[in-house]
Design a binder for this molecule. Structure first.
Ligand SMILES: [Zn+2]
Length: 704
C-alpha cells in the first residue's frame, strides 16, 4: 500500500491556523459572553454511569448495558438567552467516541434529539451551535455519553453562550485536514484472471457481516464517529483477528457514503471514510481473509430525517432509489461512488477483495416494495431499473482497469430477495449484467428463513419454512447452479430471541442445501456488534461470541459437516412450549368501535400449544347497536383470510352469535369451534387478527 502524503499539507495548515486566529479574535471581541459554571454540575449521574471530576473537568462513562443513559443535567434556572446567538463547547475527547450535548430550551414541543441534542465528535475540539432564534430561555444543559459505548472519557473545558457576527454550526462532516482523495497507485497488480467464480466461491468459507461503516440513525450528526451507532466499537486489528480466529474467512463491509460522508454535490467521498474502510480491508487481508466491499444501501433514503437534510440542501447526504422517478439522480450517485471505490481499491488487491454492487436495493414508493410480484408492471419496471444500475456499476468497475478488470463482483437482486421468495435473483426478471470479464459475476441474495424483525419473526422452525428455502434452492439450481453459475448469500441469520434449538435446526438444514456438491454457494452470517441487540452474536468491545453452538452450526455446515452438540446442551436447550389452554391471550381488553386495523396476535402463540382441535371463548361487551366480531388471519404466504374469502372460516361453529362470514354478536360470551384444518392454518401463519365493531373484547381463551 502506498502511503499518500499531502504535499499541500504545510500551506494548508497555515491557513487553518490563520482561520483559527480569526475565529478566536471574533470570540475575544464578542459583545456578550456567558460562561456556564460547570462546577455546579452533579459529580455523578443518577444512574451512576457517568462521573464528573471537577478538578480536571473530566467526564468518565462506565455502562453495564447500553440502555443506561450516563448523563448529567445542569439547571440554568430558565436563563434568558436573548442576548446570545450561539453556544460554544470547548472539549477534548480521550479515546474514540464523543458525547451528546443538549441545550434544553424552555419549550417542550421541541424534539430532544433533533432540536436539542448535538453530538460532539471525538476528532474535534470545539463545537459551535447556533441558538434557535425563536427560543428565549434555557432550562439547562445536559452532557451524556455516546450511545452504546461501555467506557469513554472526555474533558469539557468550557461552555459559553455568545453573540457572534456569523452564527454557523460547526460542520462535523467537513474534511477538516483537507485529506486528498484515496487513490490506489500500485501500477502492477497480480490477480488470477483465469479463476472461475464457481471455483472461487467454494473457497470463501463463511463470511461475517461487519456493519461498522453504516450509520443507521439520521436523527443526530455523528460525522466520522459512526461505529457505535450500530453497536460496534471502532474497528481494531484485534477485532478482525478475533473474527478470523472464530472461523470466519470472509468479512462483509456494508458501506453508505451518502449518509454524511460526501463533501460536495458531485458526491466526492470524504477520504477519511475511504481510509477507514481501507484500514479494515488491509487488516482482514493480512489475516488471509476475503473482504466484500458492498455498495450503498437504499433503506435510509426513505426516512423523514434524510428527506429533511436533502430539502435543506445538505451536500453531505445523497442516496438512491430503484424507481423511474429517481433514476437519473440515483445513477449519478451510484456511478460516482463506484468510480471512487474502484480508484481507491485496485492493483494493491488481488481476488481477496470482492465488490458487491448494492445492499438491498428497493423501490420504497411502490406498493410491493418488499414483496414484489412478477405479474405487476410496476415491479417489472423496478427489475429493469435495477438491472441497469447493476450494469452501470459493473461497467464503472471494469473501466477502472488493472485488477478491477477481472475482480469478482457480487450482483445484488431486488430488495436482496424477500421471504415470499419471488424477488431478488429467483426470477427471470433479474438479469446478470453483461461483462467483458469471463465468469466473474455472482448473483447475490439475502435470506432470513424465520424473519429478521422481532415482532413478526417465527419462533419455531416448521415444515413450511424448510419447504420455502428448499424451493428457493430448487429455483437457484434451475437458474444458476445447473449453468455453472455460483450464488452468494450475502446475509443469512436469525434473531436471538428465537429459541436456540429452532435456530440451530433451521441452519443445519439450510447449510446442508448450501453445501450440496452440485452447487457452488456460500453465506455471510448477519450479526450486530452488541449482544443486547436482536442479532447480537458478537460483542465487539469484549471480542466475545454468543450462542456459539448456532455460529458453529453455520461454520461446520459450510464445510458439509454437522456441528456435534453435547448431550448437556441438547438437554438444557430443548424448546419448551407451554399449553395455552385456559389462558387469556389478551394482555388488556381490545376495543373495536369501528372497523380499522385488526388487533394482531402472533401465530407463534398457537404452535404446539393447543389440542389438535379446540374452542376459543371470547368475553365481550357490546357497545353499540350492531356488534360484530371478526376472526381473520394471514397465512404462511401472507395471503389474507377472512370469512368472506375463506370457507374454513365461514364454517366455524359459533355459540353466542351468528356466523355470517363475520360474527354477529348476540351474547357477552361467544365460543368458536376451531377444527383441525383451521387449527393447522393458524399455527404457521403471519398473524391472527381480531376486528369488528361495537365491541370490547375483554378476554380470548382457548378451551378444550
Ligand atoms: Zn408491483
Amino acid at each position: 500500500m502506498k502511503n499518500t502524503t499531502n504535499r499541500m499539507g504545510g500551506g494548508k495548515k497555515l491557513l487553518v491556523i490563520a482561520a483559527f486566529l480569526f475565529i478566536a479574535s471574533i470570540s475575544a471581541f464578542a459583545q456578550n459572553v456567558y460562561e456556564v459554571d460547570l462546577n455546579k454540575k452533579p459529580a455523578v449521574s443518577d444512574d451512576k454511569c457517568l462521573t464528573f471530576d471537577k478538578a480536571t473537568k473530566t467526564f468518565t462513562v462506565k455502562r453495564q448495558n447500553s440502555s443506561e443513559w450516563a448523563g448529567v443535567y445542569l439547571s440554568l434556572n430558565n436563563l434568558d438567552i436573548s442576548a446570545y446567538n450561539i453556544a460554544r463547547v470547548k472539549y477534548k475527547v480521550i479515546g474514540d467516541y464523543g458525547f451528546h450535548f443538549v441545550l434544553d430550551y424552555d419549550d417542550n414541543t421541541l424534539d430532544w434529539n433533533y432540536d436539542k441534542t448535538t453530538y460532539c465528535p471525538s476528532y474535534l475540539n470545539e463545537m459551535v451551535i447556533p441558538l434557535k432564534s425563536n427560543q428565549k430561555r434555557l432550562n439547562g444543559i445536559t452532557v451524556s455519553g455516546a450511545w452504546n459505548v461501555p467506557y469513554e472519557q472526555f474533558v469539557i473545558e468550557s461552555v459559553t453562550l455568545e453573540k457572534v457576527a456569523n452564527p454557523q454550526k460547526t460542520d462535523v462532516y467537513a474534511n477538516i485536514n483537507n485529506d486528498p482523495p484515496v487513490i490506489d497507485t500500485a501500477r502492477n497488480g497480480t490477480i488470477d484472471e483465469k479463476l472461475d467464480a464457481w471455483d472461487f466461491i467454494k473457497e470463501t468459507g463463511t463470511g461475517l457481516q461487519y456493519e461498522v461503516f453504516i450509520c443507521y440513525t439520521l436523527d443526530l450528526d455523528f460525522g466520522m464517529d459512526i461505529y457505535h451507532s450500530m453497536g460496534f466499537s471502532k474497528s481494531t486489528k484485534e477485532q478482525i483477528h478475533s473474527i478470523k480466529e472464530k472461523g470466519f474467512k470472509t468479512l462483509r463491509l456494508q458501506t453508505n457514503p451518502g449518509m454524511g460522508h460526501l463533501l460536495d454535490s458531485s458526491y466526492t467521498i470524504d477520504p477519511r471514510y475511504t481510509k477507514a474502510i481501507k484500514q479494515v480491508v488491509d487488516w482482514a487481508i493480512a489475516e488471509d481473509m476475503y473482504v466484500i466491499i458492498c455498495g450503498p444501501w437504499a433503506e435510509l433514503t426513505s426516512k423523514e430525517a434524510y428527506k429533511r437534510k436533502i430539502a435543506e440542501g445538505n451536500i453531505h447526504f445523497a442516496g438512491y432509489v430503484v424507481s423511474e422517478k429517481d433514476k437519473k439522480q440515483s445513477e449519478k450517485f451510484i456511478k460516482a461512488v463506484w468510480k471512487q471505490y474502484a480508484e481507491a481499491f485496485n492493483n494493491s488487491y488481488d481476488e481477496h477483495l470482492i465488490f458487491e454492487t448494492l445492499n438491498e436495493p428497493v423501490d420504497y414508493y411502490h406498493e410491493h416494495a418488499f414483496s414484489s410480484r412478477p405479474d405487476c408492471d410496476g415491479c417489472k419496471k423496478d427489475f429493469e431499473i435495477l438491472n441497469e444500475y447493476n450494469q452501470l456499476i459493473v461497467d464503472t468497475i471494469r473501466a477502472s482497469g488493472g485488477n478491477n478488470a477481472s475482480r469478482f463482483i457480487l450482483v445484488e437482486g431486488l430488495v436482496g430477495g424477500d421471504l415470499d421468495g419471488n424477488t431478488g435473483i429467483t426470477t427471470n426478471l433479474f438479469k446478470l449484467p453483461k461483462d467483458k470479464a469471463k465468469n466473474k459475476l455472482i448473483p447475490t441474495m439475502h435470506h432470513y428463513p424465520m424473519g429478521a424483525v422481532p415482532d413478526v419473526c417465527k419462533n419455531y422452525y416448521t415444515d413450511n419454512i424448510k419447504d420455502r428455502f428448499n424451493q428457493i434452492f430448487a429455483t437457484l439450481d434451475e437458474l444458476y447452479f445447473s449453468k455453472h453459475i455460483p450464488v452468494y448469500i450475502s446475509e443469512v441469520g436469525h434473531i436471538r430471541k428465537v429459541p436456540i434449538m429452532e435456530r440451530i435446526n433451521c441452519m443445519k438444514d439450510f447449510m446442508s442445501e448450501v453445501a450440496k456438491p452440485n452447487r457452488s454457494c456460500a453465506v455471510t452470517m448477519h450479526t450486530n456488534g452488541n449482544p443486547e441487540w436482536d442479532s447480537g452474536y458478537y460483542d465487539s468491545y469484549k471480542l466475545k461470541w454468543y450462542d456459539t453452538e448456532y455460529i458453529d452450526t453455520i461454520l461446520y455446515g459450510a464445510q458439509g459437516k454437522e456441528y456435534p452438540l453435547s448431550a448437556e446442551f441438547l438437554k438444557n436447550n430443548e424448546t419448551k412450549i407451554e399449553s395455552i389452554v385456559g389462558k387469556n391471550l389478551l394482555k388488556e381488553p381490545v376495543e373495536k368501535k369501528n372497523w380499522g386495523n385488526g388487533f394482531r396476535i402472533s401465530s407463534n402463540i398457537f404452535y404446539r400449544s393447543t389440542p389438535a382441535k379446540y374452542k376459543i371463548e371470547f368475553e365481550l361487551e357490546r357497545t353499540g347497536s350492531n356488534p360484530i366480531l371478526q376472526l381473520a388471519y394471514n397465512d404462511f404466504k401472507n395471503n389474507w383470510h377472512e370469512g368472506s374469502n375463506t370457507p374454513m372460516l365461514k364454517k366455524i361453529r359459533v355459540k353466542g352469535g351468528i356466523n355470517q362470514g363475520n360474527i354477529a354478536v348476540k351474547a357477552n360470551k361467544v365460543i368458536l369451534t376451531i377444527d383441525e384444518d383451521l387449527a393447522k392454518e393458524l399455527v404457521d401463519g403471519n398473524g391472527v387478527y381480531l376486528n369488528g365493531q361495537d365491541i370490547i373484547i375483554k378476554s380470548m381463551t382457548v378451551v378444550e
